[in-house]
Ligand binder design. Sequence first.
Ligand SMILES: *Cc1c(COP(=O)(O)O)cnc(C)c1O
Length: 369
Amino acid sequence: MNKDIITVTSPLLPDLNDFHAELQKIWDSKWITNNGAYHKKLEGALAEYLGVPYVSLFTNGTLPLITALQALRITGEVITTPYSFVATTHALWWNGIKPVFVDIDPATGNIDPDKVEAAITPKTTAIMPVHVYGKPCDTQRIQEIADRYGLKVIYDAAHAFGVKVNGESILNAGDMSTLSFHATKVYNTIEGGAMIMHDEKIKQRIDYLKNFGFANETTIMGPGINSKMDEVRAAYGLLTLKQVDSAIEARHQVAVAYRNALREVEGITFFDDMPGVTHNYSYFPIFVDTKKYGMSRDELYFHMKSQNVYGRRYFYPLISEFSTYRGLESAKPENLPKAHQMANSVICLPMHHALTENDIQRTIECIIK
Ligand SMILES: *Cc1c(COP(=O)(O)O)cnc(C)c1O
């Protein structure tokens, strides 16, 4: 058997000749950062591709979260999920905001709206949900709650690139959404990210904030930061954008193959496509029921690893288990039973556009005994 390592993810890379031709143009122009031609072009191309009104490009997916909280002047307490990548909660911490964790809905892995409502206090100013694995949150219920209590909603949509619900972009929900274009994501600019907003004025404000707050040569409109994407990454991103549809379709076929092979495996469960939701193939998590499967999640995870099939325990541990956050009242395990159960049973299988039939087969064979 071929024992080459099968990685959990693999970046979408532009053709080197194409990239070189773009680099030549950047070199000729000598404009390498600060809202150059490629930056503007990629913002426009992404807005069109994603079906959203405004995009502001960032150097990564964490800074738009931090900047969104700053721009909306969020303070006090923000209700969020422990079942995410640490950056979600770190963004709150960097703004001096107290994260309040609530439990998830095991049907999706997303924040449970009933739990959100129960956690609201007079100090609550916003909700920061995550579309986990790109599965859309219950955006309608979350908005109803936010409207009733006068709260802002910022979605960490790092996993939801291109995801649509009944033809409409999930990124149009809430006050703002943020994306990550890190190398491990469906669409990448090596490092990169974006903020999605509905309003031209907010787009202007964010564009100032990501450039130290400069509104013009002599005016600072607020405590800005430096988080603007450079021209080289924007040019790279214009090239990977051309490939992303076929990459998502390749991921779709991987998901179909995994589901067909694993549906009858006792003790292994996974998500099916949600009705009306498209382009949602950023991850393929499976959940291991130790008793029914006869092996624990970690036993299976390390067995896969011994066969050079690299999964990822994503998300494990929960954010609320890290020492930075463990002391919070809302981080107590008894407050978050569903999130703990998911974190203790999940393995994300290899999922990317470059998996071969043989890779998929080897992954499946590790799981089917
Ligand atoms: C990847 C990711 C981020 C952070 O993005 P970076 O581009 O790595 O800074 C934030 N939130 C979630 C849910 C992510 O998966």
